[in-house]
Write a protein that binds this ligand. Structure first.
Ligand SMILES: [Zn+2]
Length: 485
C-alpha cells in the first residue's frame, strides 16, 4: 500500500512539473531575468574593474552576446543601434564575485546544540542566493552530497536553474571521527587516492582536505589531485600550514585561526582540542612574530593561496554581526532556522566576557593583511556553515564589508573577491575583471562601494554571461526555505 501511494505521489509530481514546463514554453530562468537583450549598453555608470584600481566615473559598457564588447568614458562611447540602453546614473558596476569558499549544504537547525554538524542540501535556495548577491562563479569547498552538487551544477549549466557557474569539490577528505557524521572516514593513504580518483572521474574539479586527515592521507590526496590536473585545498587541523605547503597543497581555508602549528600542545599528525589552541593563540601569538612571518613566506614561496572567511568567524563573536545584517536573511529562512540562530546568538552574547572571538578576529584580519603584503594570493568566500547565521550570498556581501574592516581598501576587497579567485582558477582571461573581451559577469549596485562598502548590499542587476538577473525575484523565490531545500 505504502509503495503504491509513493508511486502515485511521484507520478502526480511528475505530471504537474511536466505540464508546468509545457505551459511556460519559455526558459525556466525567465521569471528571474530582468534584462535579456542580446546587446546592452550600461551608460553613465561608475566602474570598479576588479584589479584594485580606483573607480572610473561616468563610464559606458557595451555588452554583446554575453561578452563585454567595449568600455570607456560615456562622453566618447559609441552605442550600437538597437542596443538596450540602461542609464545607470548613481550606480556602480564591479565584476561578478568569484566565491571561493561556498557550500551547497546548510547546517540543519539544532545541529550546533547537538555538537554534530548535519548538512541538508540547499537544492533551490543556495544557487539562487549566491547569484542574487552577485556571485557568478563559485567553488564549493567541501561537499556532503557530491552527486547532488554535481546535479545542481549540471542543471545550471543546461539553463534549467538559476545560479552561479559552479566548480564542484569532491566529498570532504577527512580522517577518523569527523564532526560531520555524513562524511566518509578515510582508512589510509590508499583510500585517499582511491577517493580522489573516483570523484575526479565523476566530475569534481577540486578537492578539500578536512580537519582530521592524517599527514599520509593528505600527501596521497594532494598527489592524486595533481595527477588529474586538479587543485586541492584544506581546512586543516591535524596538519599545520607550513607542513601542508611543503607537501604541495594549493590553498588553505579560513586563515591562521585554524593553523595549529604554533600551539604549544600540538602533537604531530593530531588535531588538538580546539578551545585550548584558540585560547593560547588569542593570548600569545603575535602576527608579526618571526615564526608567523616564516609561515607566511613559506606559503607565498609555495604559491599557496589563502581563503578568507571572516563572516563565518564573525557570527561567533558576541553581538556580531549587527542584527540589521541578520534581518536581511530572515525571510529566506524557515522559521525554526531563524529561532535557532537567535537563540545561539543570545547564548554567545551571554558569555561575552569569556569570548576569545573578538581577539581572534582581529588577529585573523591582521594575518590576512600581512599575507597580502608579503605577496600572497588572498581569496574569499562566505562558508554558510557554523550555527547557520551566514547564508549564501548574503555572507559574501558581508565578507566584502569585513575585508574593509580588516584594513583593505574597498577596491582591494573587490579584487580579493574577483580577480584573485579567477587567477587561482586559471580563468583570469575570461572572468574576474572588467575589460573588453571578458565574459559579461557584472554586478550593478546602487551607490559607490568605494565610498561606502555597504553599497554591495544594494544589488540591482546581476549579469551572468550578459543575462541580467533580478536579485529581488531570486531572493523572493527562496522565502522560508533555507533549512528545507
Ligand atoms: Zn566550509
Amino acid at each position: 500500500m505504502r509503495s503504491l501511494l509513493t508511486f502515485l505521489a511521484t507520478a502526480c509530481l511528475t505530471t504537474v512539473s511536466f505540464t508546468g514546463f509545457a505551459q511556460t514554453a519559455k526558459s525556466p530562468l525567465a521569471p528571474y531575468i530582468s534584462v535579456s537583450d542580446p546587446v546592452i549598453a550600461l551608460t553613465h555608470v561608475g566602474i570598479i574593474d576588479g584589479t584594485g584600481a580606483a573607480p572610473l566615473p561616468d563610464q559606458t559598457a557595451v555588452l554583446d552576446h554575453g561578452k563585454i564588447a567595449s568600455i570607456g568614458p560615456s562622453a566618447s562611447a559609441k552605442i550600437p543601434a538597437g542596443a538596450k540602453v540602461l542609464d545607470l546614473h548613481g550606480d556602480t558596476v564591479y565584476p561578478g564575485l568569484v566565491g571561493m569558499h561556498e557550500h551547497l549544504f546548510y547546517v540543519e537547525p539544532g545541529s550546533a546544540a547537538l555538537r554534530e554538524l548535519v548538512g541538508g542540501e540547499m537544492f533551490q535556495t543556495g544557487p539562487r542566493l549566491y547569484l542574487a548577491a552577485g556571485v557568478t562563479t563559485a567553488r564549493t569547498t567541501g561537499s556532503i552530497e557530491p552527486y547532488a552538487d554535481l546535479n545542481i551544477k549540471r542543471s545550471i549549466d543546461r539553463g534549467l536553474k538559476p545560479g552561479p557557474d559552479f566548480g564542484v569539490t569532491g566529498p570532504y577528505l577527512d580522517g577518523p571521527d569527523p564532526l560531520i557524521p555524513q562524511l566518509h572516514q578515510l582508512s589510509g593513504p590508499a583510500d585517499a587516492t582511491r577517493t580522489v580518483n573516483y570523484w575526479a572521474d565523476e566530475g569534481a574539479t577540486s578537492f578539500k582536505a578536512y580537519m582530521f586527515i592524517t599527514p599520509d592521507e593528505l600527501k596521497a590526496a594532494i598527489d592524486a589531485a595533481h595527477a588529474h590536473g586538479l587543485k586541492i585545498t584544506g581546512h586543516l587541523c591535524s596538519v599545520g600550514f607550513t607542513q601542508a605547503a611543503d607537501m604541495g597543497i594549493d590553498n588553505l581555508e579560513h586563515g591562521i585561526v585554524v593553523d595549529t602549528e604554533f600551539y604549544s600542545g600540538k602533537k604531530p599528525g593530531l588535531c588538538p582540542e580546539d578551545r585550548a589552541a584558540g585560547q593560547e593563540m588569542a593570548a600569545k601569538l603575535d602576527m608579526t612574530s618571526a615564526p608567523v612571518m616564516a609561515m607566511i613566506h613559506d606559503l607565498v614561496a609555495h604559491h599557496v593561496a589563502v581563503t578568507s572567511t571572516l563572516s563565518v568567524f564573525e557570527m561567533s563573536a558576541p553581538n556580531r554581526p549587527p542584527l540589521a545584517i541578520l534581518l536581511r536573511e530572515k525571510d529566506s529562512m524557515m522559521p525554526q532556522v531563524w529561532t535557532s540562530v537567535l537563540q545561539t546568538r543570545a547564548l554567545i552574547a551571554e558569555h561575552a566576557d569569556k569570548s576569545i572571538m573578538p581577539v581572534l578576529m582581529k588577529k585573523e584580519m591582521q594575518f590576512e593583511r600581512e599575507f597580502v603584503a608579503a605577496g600572497g594570493l588572498l581569496m574569499a568566500g562566505c562558508d554558510p556553515t557554523g550555527y547557520g547565521a551566514v547564508l549564501p550570498g548574503f555572507g559574501d556581501q558581508r565578507n566584502l564589508e569585513l575585508l574593509v574592516e580588516a584594513g583593505f581598501t574597498p577596491e582591494q576587497a573587490i579584487q580579493i573577491y574577483t580577480q584573485n579567485g579567477a587567477k587561482y582558477l586559471g580563468r583570469e582571461d575570461r572572468i574576474g575583471t572588467i575589460a573588453a573581451g571578458k565574459q559579461a559577469d557584472l554586478v550593478v549596485v546602487t551607490g559607490d562601494p568605494a565610498k561606502d562598502i555597504s553599497a554591495v548590499e544594494h544589488v540591482d542587476i546581476v549579469f551572468k554571461k550578459g543575462v541580467g538577473y533580478d536579485p529581488a525575484k531570486l531572493i523572493e523565490s527562496t522565502r522560508g526555505m533555507v533549512g528545507i531545500r
